[in-house]
Design a protein around this ligand. Structure first.
Ligand SMILES: [Zn+2]
Ligand SMILES: [Zn+2]
Length: 327
C-alpha cells in the first residue's frame, strides 16, 4: 500500500518513479472532479468541473510549471439548476467566471453520462483504462456523485485509487488553518495561488489538481528555499525570477486556447431557458404564479423575476413543493 503522495509522485518524473510500480500505473489516467451543489436542500448539483493531468516524464521545473501546463480542464453548469446561486464566498455567479476555458451548459442526464464516460473508458483493445481519481474532500464528493447524480464510483470497476488533496496536504506537512482538514482556498494560498472564484467547479478542479501536484512535489521543489525547520511554511512566491502567478496565468491561457469540449451548449439563459442568449441579455417575460398568489409581499415583488419551475421559494422546507431532481 503506497501513501497517496507516492502514487501521484510516480507520474511526476525524475527520482520519484516507483521502481516496483503496480502494473496499472503504466496505463492509468489521472482525473480530478469537482462538483458544486446548491447550499439549500435538496442540494441539487449546479456545476461540474473535470480536470485531467497528462504526465510529463521530465522532473519538475520551478513551481512544477512543466506539469501544470499539462492539465486540461472542462466546466459545465447543469441547465435546470444553473439559476440556483450560492451565497458564500467564492461562489461563481456570472457566466464568465471560469478562468480555464469555456463554460458549457448541459442537462442533468448528460452530466451523469459525461462523468461516467470520464471514469469508464476503454482503449482500442477494448480494455478498461485504470483511473486515479483526485478529489478535494473525497467523502462528500463521492456521496454526492452517488446520491444526487447516480454515479457510483466504486461500482464502475475502473477507479484503482482515490486521492484526496486534504490527505496529500497532511502528508506534505501543510497545516490546516481552521479545523482538522485544510480548505481548498487555504491550500491554494499555501502555494501562492490566488483562489479566485474557487467555488466555480471548473476553477475548483483546476486549483485541486494544481495543489495535488504541488503538495506531492513541495519538498523537492521548494525544500532548499525553506529553512530546515520550516518545511511546512508557505514557499516563496517568486524564485529565480519565476512567479507562481505567471505559472497559473499560463495554465489559464493554455486552457483557454485549447479545443473546447464537444458536449454541451455555450449559450443558455438561466432565466427563460432560451438557447440564443445568456441571462444578462434576457428580454423574456416570466412570471411565477405561486409567488404572485402567495400573499407574501417579498414573494409578490419577486414574482416577475422568475418562472415557477425556477422558483427558489418553492424548494423543500421553504414554501412546500419539492424540487424535481430527475430532469
Ligand atoms: Zn432569457
Ligand atoms: Zn416564485
Amino acid at each position: 500500500m503506497h501513501p497517496d503522495t507516492t502514487i501521484l509522485r510516480h507520474f511526476l518524473g525524475g527520482p520519484g518513479i516507483l521502481p516496483m510500480a503496480p502494473e496499472y500505473l503504466a496505463t492509468s489516467a489521472i482525473i480530478c472532479l469537482n462538483l458544486e451543489w446548491w447550499q439549500k436542500e435538496p442540494h441539487p448539483t449546479t456545476e461540474i468541473g473535470i480536470a485531467e493531468f497528462f504526465p510529463s516524464t521530465t522532473g519538475p521545473s520551478m513551481h512544477a510549471a512543466n506539469h501544470l501546463s499539462n492539465i486540461r480542464i472542462a466546466h459545465a453548469r447543469i441547465m435546470p439548476h444553473a439559476h440556483l446561486e450560492n451565497q458564500f464566498s467564492g461562489a461563481g455567479k456570472a457566466e464568465d467566471l471560469f478562468y480555464f476555458g469555456t463554460t458549457k451548459y448541459i442537462t442533468l442526464s448528460s452530466a451523469r453520462d459525461i462523468l461516467t464516460n470520464t471514469l469508464l473508458r476503454t482503449n482500442t483493445a477494448g480494455q478498461k483504462q485504470p483511473i486515479i481519481l483526485l478529489l478535494h474532500g473525497a467523502e462528500a464528493k463521492l456521496a454526492h456523485l452517488k446520491n444526487k447524480l447516480g454515479v457510483d464510483v466504486a461500482g464502475l470497476g475502473t477507479v484503482v485509487k482515490i486521492l484526496d488533496t486534504q490527505t496529500l496536504a497532511k502528508q506534505a506537512n501543510i497545516p490546516a488553518q481552521k479545523g482538522a482538514m485544510i480548505s481548498l482556498a487555504d491550500l491554494s494560498r499555501h502555494f501562492n495561488i490566488a483562489p479566485v472564484n474557487h467555488h466555480n467547479a471548473g476553477n475548483a478542479a483546476a486549483y485541486t489538481i494544481m495543489c495535488g501536484i504541488l503538495a506531492t512535489l513541495k519538498h523537492e521543489i521548494y525544500g532548499k528555499y525553506l529553512p530546515a525547520t520550516g518545511l511546512s511554511q508557505v514557499p516563496p512566491t517568486t524564485i529565480l525570477g519565476r512567479s507562481m502567478g505567471d505559472v497559473v496565468g499560463s495554465v489559464m491561457r493554455a486552457n483557454r486556447n485549447a479545443p473546447v469540449v464537444p458536449w454541451g451548449t455555450e449559450v443558455f439563459c438561466t432565466r427563460c431557458d432560451g438557447l440564443d442568449h445568456l441571462v444578462g441579455m434576457c428580454m423574456a417575460r416570466v412570471l411565477c404564479e405561486e409567488c404572485l398568489g402567495s400573499g407574501d409581499p417579498r414573494k409578490v415583488r419577486a414574482a416577475r423575476t422568475h418562472k415557477v419551475e425556477k422558483c427558489v421559494f418553492r424548494v423543500r422546507g421553504d414554501g412546500g413543493g419539492a424540487m424535481d431532481l430527475s430532469n
